[in-house]
Design a protein around this ligand. Structure first.
Ligand code: C2O
Ligand code: CU
Length: 464
């Protein structure tokens, strides 16, 4: 079994200096639309002597351009598809109008090669979000089709200089240093923990170094864009507090109650750091910490600055007493219990599994069925109990809504768990989440380990 502790390329790396915000932003057309082109780009991911990789990127940059708007503003993006296969963009974590959610085959037709599609929606919540391809995501996201989407507060809580976006990815490189394309779609990954990379980058750079000012308060926006890797991160090791999870601020900056914290695929974590001693962001799941971003504090640059408090976003509280309750039994994968699995209305047997690539199921159904897993009226509260009867961890994502975890493993946990759009569930664990289904349309619920989603861990519900 591939351990998620594998991070091969670690030795001998010069750190790249990376001061301030060097993320690209997209050009705006005369009609106010940002032009985003999905296309293939040859790029050296690894060092200069290595082979170039055939990446698929937005505007030829990794990560894609940072899209930044103010809360309540309209995001207007014209996607041009220069790929040789259909694509679409999903705006992860945005409580968005359904027809703009970007799910190929559910909320829109995929955008064909050579065609364009205009996305236009209001960003209702300030916070840290991201966008990524949502057609064959296991392939398109692994090749680089993702970027940050930052929604600023009415008056941004931090000045731009002190507000750093860190998009983290793990690429799988082959021996020659180029992106390993041959292993894309391997059923071995699909039936196990998903596709893990062996080369970590932050904003497309391996082990970058940031310069901070002494005494200055910074916001670090961590976005996990990896296909399947969970990062174990302990903010206490460098005295950081949590400002927000998955875009939604905590009532006040908080020291984490336990460690390490898990940053699962698609999850975000905003940290508050005050420039003091030098530190590194480290991935802690292995035997020894793996530092992947370095922060040097310039003691000459003395500053003292307060930041503005992050106000809560207007997310309705679920009514737990009158909520509609649904249960999902997750099965499949390597070392998993076999259950009768239906795919496209047909019971799978023997050779069907490798042929269709369907290896996981929710309540015995692999991938999207014709009918929704459940339907509710708009405004109804939903309690969803998820039982993980598999041997793996998963990162479960609800489209179009934020929820609170209200129960984990049968034990009621404290009130006021943070709003999230993606939660982690361990093997043999059960988790209950609650939310108000206040957003009309067809919404996905899937594992954000993208191979798991492709291999069956994907369903949808309807809000009428
Ligand atoms: Cu970022 Cu369907 O997800
Ligand atoms: Cu999964």
């Amino acid at each position: 079994m591939i351990s998620r502790r594998n991070l091969l390329v670690s030795a001998g790396f010069a750190t790249a200096a990376f001061a301030g915000r060097s993320l690209f932003s997209a050009a705006r057309a005369e009609d106010g639309f940002l032009e985003i082109t999905a296309g293939s780009t040859s790029k050296k991911l690894y060092h200069e002597d290595a082979e170039a990789s055939d990446l698929w990127l937005y505007n030829a940059s990794t990560p894609g351009p940072e899209i930044r708007v103010k809360v309540g503003e309209r995001v207007k993006v014209r996607l041009k598809n220069n790929l040789e296969e259909p694509t679409s963009i999903h705006w992860h974590g945005i409580r968005i109008a359904n027809d703009m959610d970007g799910v190929s085959g559910l909320t829109q037709e995929p955008v064909q090669p050579g065609e364009t599609f205009e996305y236009e929606f209001v960003a209702p919540d300030a916070g840290t979000y991201w966008y990524h391809a949502h057609n064959k995501s296991w392939n398109q996201v692994a090749r680089g089709l993702y970027g940050p989407l930052i929604v600023d507060e009415e008056t941004p809580a931090f000045d731009p200089e002190y507000d750093l976006t860190l998009v983290i990815d793990d690429w799988r490189l082959s021996q020659d240093g180029s992106l390993d394309l041959a292993s894309l779609g391997h059923l071995m990954d699909w039936s196990h923990g998903g596709r893990f990379g062996n080369y970590l980058t932050v904003n497309g750079i391996s082990r970058p170094e940031f310069e901070l000012k002494h005494g200055q308060a910074y916001r670090l926006r961590l976005i996990n864009a990896a296909n399947a890797r969970i990062f174990d991160i302990d903010p206490q090791r460098f005295g950081a507090k949590i400002l927000a999870y998955d875009g939604q601020p905590l009532p006040a900056p908080e020291a984490p109650a336990y460690s390490p914290l898990l940053l699962a695929p698609a999850q975000r974590m905003d940290l508050l750091v005050i420039g003091g001693d030098d530190f590194a962001l480290e991935e802690l799941s292995g035997d020894t910490p793996y530092p992947f971003a370095f922060f040097k504090v310039n003691k000459q640059m003395q500053t003292q600055r307060e930041f503005r408090k992050l106000a809560p976003n207007p997310i309705p509280e679920p009514d737990l007493i009158n909520a509609k309750k649904f249960e999902i039994d997750m099965t499949g994968g390597a070392m998993g219990r076999m259950v009768e699995t239906v795919y496209n209305g047909k019971v799978l047997t023997g050779e069907d599994f490798p042929k269709t690539g369907q290896l996981w199921a929710f309540n015995g159904v692999a991938n999207l069925a014709k009918d929704p897993f459940f339907s509710v009226e708009r405004g109804e509260s939903v309690v969803l109990k998820v039982v993980n009867n598999t041997a793996f961890m998963h990162a479960m994502h609800v489209h179009g809504h934020h929820f609170r975890v209200i129960e984990r493993e049968g034990a009621t946990i404290d009130d006021g768990q943070p709003w999230r759009d993606t939660f982690v569930i361990g093997p043999d664990q059960s988790v209950e989440i609650a939310f108000v289904a206040d957003n009309k349309g067809k919404w996905l619920f899937h594992c954000h380990m993208l191979e798991h989603a492709a291999a069956g861990m994907n369903t949808w519900f309807e809000v009428a």
